[in-house]
Design a binder for this molecule. Structure first.
Ligand SMILES: O=C([O-])C(=O)C[C@H](O)[C@@H](O)C(=O)[O-]
Ligand SMILES: [Mg+2]
Length: 420
């Protein structure tokens, strides 16, 4: 008995994104994603969501063609197909925020949305939520953190968004207040690497004064030297629950880890299974930020959680700009991961449009309830999908390029790693 895949539809979409600043530039007016639909002989379709950069999209197309005819339950065979089709085809992330991408990491990135879509089909066929396919939910709701960004009030020449500018500690505190009040978040992360470290340390102290009880995190995306990272880490002793990717590479992180009091977290130096062994040998990180989009889907992310448990590392969750299918997948994975004890990252508050029907996923007290309906529990809004696809065609963005966009606005902008 099998449920063959009869076809796969890949739809690139673009959705509005505010002018969020980071260590490599500024977000473009639109973020791009690919919506994956896996159709089966039983008439059931499953959903996945992933990046949409040109190289990735081409790799998705190659694997999509190769999995037609395969059983939607045969995920090991599907992974082997992805590995065969992508042999020698290694991608890059284009924006430099997720570190080195290996060839096995490329397979994991491309395979992931197909696996998620197949799990959605399996759940729909069995009448069970995806969390049940991962061993069952150990929590009913998933806590997320407020993800703060330095930002401009608007894209140049564009309309101001509802968040306003945040370019100093007062702006960051105001942004946090609005986000915490609207969503009820119980942890706060500041995306740093934008201003000199002392200004970002001041912003963290201002957040601590305003939110005395909420765990705080700072993530400069490796914009600092080892020396700067140690200085900041020592200065923020007792203030941060973890310091995320202060500096580049496993060896640099290991040097910092030896001299700072808080755990170091990463979504840059350990981003594939190849990186785990050197990271453990160097004792470089205390917390790995998992992300099913590049750890090979939900089941391989569960493998990562076992590795973290084995080596006594903490586990948190990373996020890029994403839509509702990804949020649903993150929620099911988090629900079925007992050792995921930190509030997860999400870019959710920064988006104003989606491809899924509204109302299913919502935040109460900073958490999203785990859907209990079959599959991922989200449905495509076909009109919205068509509209966001038109937006993709019209906006002209084909590869995420925060640095190029920043240089078009400020030709003197230089990309420096480390910057401070
Ligand atoms: O390090 C991180 O948490 C990220 O890379 C998350 C996002 O990519 C964020 O930095 C962004 O979108 O600017
Ligand atoms: Mg990070």
């Amino acid at each position: 008995m099998s449920t063959p895949i009869t076809g796969v539809t890949l739809t690139p979409v673009a959705f509005a994104d505010p002018a969020l600043l980071n260590a490599v530039g500024v977000h473009e007016p639109y973020a791009i994603r690919t919506i994956v639909e896996v159709h089966t002989a039983d008439g059931v379709t499953g959903l996945g969501e992933t990046y949409a950069d040109t190289g990735h999209l081409n790799r998705l197309r190659a694997v999509a063609d190769a999995i037609v005819g395969q059983d939607v339950f045969a995920l090991n065979a599907m992974f082997a197909t992805a590995r065969r089709v992508l042999s020698g085809n290694t991608g890059a992330d284009g924006h430099g925020l997720t570190g080195m991408i290996t060839s096995s990491g490329t397979v994991d990135r491309v395979y992931s949305p197909f696996e998620v879509a197949c799990l959605d089909v399996q759940g729909r066929l069995l009448g069970r939520p995806v969390s049940d396919l991962l061993g069952g939910a150990v929590r009913e709701a998933i806590p997320f953190s407020a993800y703060l960004f330095y930002k401009w009030a608007a894209h140049p020449g564009g309309e101001p968004d509802s968040w306003g500018a945040a370019l100093d500690p007062a702006g960051i505190v105001a942004q946090a207040r609005k986000m915490v009040d609207e969503y009820g978040f119980t942890a706060i992360k500041l995306k740093g690497g934008v201003f000199p470290p002392e200004e970002e340390v001041a912003a963290i102290h201002a957040l601590r004064a305003e939110f005395p009880d909420l765990p705080l995190r700072l993530d400069p995306n490796a914009a600092w030297t080892v020396e700067t990272s140690i200085k900041v880490g020592v200065e923020l002793d007792g203030v941060l629950e973890y310091l995320e990717d202060p500096t580049l590479g496993i060896e640099g992180m290991a040097q910092v880890a030896r001299d700072v009091p808080m755990p170091l977290a990463t979504n840059m130096c350990v981003v594939s299974f190849d990186h785990v062994k050197p990271s453990v040998l160097h004792d470089a990180v205390g917390v790995i930020l998992s992300d099913h989009h590049y750890w090979g889907g939900l089941r391989r992310s569960a493998l990562l959680s076992g590795i973290c448990e084995t080596f006594g590392m903490g586990l948190s969750m990373h996020s890029n700009s994403h839509l509702g299918i990804s949020l649903a997948a993150m929620v099911h994975l988090a629900a079925a991961t007992p050792n995921l004890t930190y509030a997860c990252d999400t870019h959710w508050p920064w988006k104003s449009e989606d491809v899924v029907e509204p109302g299913i996923l919502s935040f109460v007290d900073g958490s999203v309830r785990v859907p209990t309906t079959p599959g991922l529990g989200v449905e495509l809004d076909r009109d919205a999908l068509a509209r966001l696809h038109e937006q993709y065609l019209a906006c002209g963005i084909r590869d995420r390029d925060d640095t190029g966009y920043m240089r078009r606005i400020d030709p003197s902008y230089e990309l420096r790693k480390p910057r401070w």
